[in-house]
Ligand binder design. Sequence first.
Ligand SMILES: Cc1ncc(COP(=O)(O)O)c(C=O)c1O
Length: 451
Amino acid sequence: MMVEDDGYIIEKVTKHLFGTWRVQRDWASPLNIVGGEGAYLIDSRGRRYLDFSSQLVCVNLGYGNKRIIEAIKEQLDSLAYLGPGYATRIRAEAAEALASILPERLSKFVFSSSGSEANEDAIKIARAYKYPSFKILARYWSYHGNTAGAISLTGDPRRSSVESHTSMDWVVRIPDPYCYRCPFGYEDCNECGLACLEYTEYILANEGHVAAIFLETITGTNGVIVPPDDFYPRLRRLADEYDVLLVFDEVMTGWGRTGKWFAFEHWGVEPDILTTAKGATSSYVPIGITAVDRDVASYFDDKFLPIGHTFAYHPLAMAAMKAAIQEYREGGYIDNAAKVGEYLGKRLRELMDRHPCIGDVRGIGLFWGVELVRDRKTKEPFNTREDKVMGRPLMTQKIARKMLEYGVILPMAWISNFVIAPPLVVTEDDIDLGVEALDKALAIADEEVRS
Ligand SMILES: Cc1ncc(COP(=O)(O)O)c(C=O)c1O
């Protein structure tokens, strides 16, 4: 392989392109990546790195998947673009394939180009359907996207820097089922009687004009927060009782990530609207999907649908998604996520014995959070939300940088936690490589633990 001119490439990239969600000076020397294969990326010097978070938890089927690549090429040769108002074979086949993996009642779709847009479309549909109700309940430990509506629903600090640009009077915060840091101070999540849901019910009873509850089925970037088992059945009952829509954002948790097609399947509940993106094409082509319950959808049979995108139902995205669905179905990747995911969880939990800097390990399938603390007893984190926004050095990023030396990329190093979510093609040997790199790099944090 030719060694590329790293200097030229990195200089032009960082000169002309903004680094996302960061103070710009921190994006000084990104890796120059030239290719990828399976769960591995390859840099300009031919060095291979295990991608321990599938980039932004999106390259679910790994790099170089032939079936998806060929499907995109074939579609490019026949019809590269078509406005959303026309029928064409790939649209019919891809829509049918999507319907076949979703609950029967989620049978009408809007397609867009990102998870943020999928959420914008869900907000509009919920509020139009529930008019004059317009408020949406959302959580603090959440991320729903970068556009005006989606960032307003977002509870994490990415919201705070643009709060004054957006109108948030329609967002009402509800508490998170974040048992490690229970908002009600319970130590044991079996004892609280789901106080977070009791308080949600109090809000529903008193707030008025609530159109929907909008949640990441499992909170992703903000720490892989898996709710207790009875959370979703009870939440579904609450939504029905108060006649509000339940929207699940599965932009990150969909597409086999948790060992099922979609995370809500773990709890036997269905949303009224499902949003998803990323893994739908394994991120080979941008995509966003808003899947709508048929009764909600039929409201628009004789009412104006206030939604449209130039790239809605883009032929390349439809071709990539149809091929990805076949691949997920036939390749055994979702079962692999469940099986190898269990091994990953076991290996990560073992790290807790050796590293006092780990406060909590939690997850499901190939979707795991490792939360770091300076002090296990007080759960004091190394960094705060403010540190992130102010561009102060983060412990998680120091560790991720160290892991590069051991051949592992971990881009999902958020404020106080890692999201460990490798492509669903990984083997136990790959997991060993990733966990051993983390094991070595965690020494940096251990040194700063208060004993
Ligand atoms: C849960 C969740 N929702 C929405 C989004 C936004 O998706 P996109 O970046 O494709 O706009 C993300 C992105 O990470 C996400 O994790």
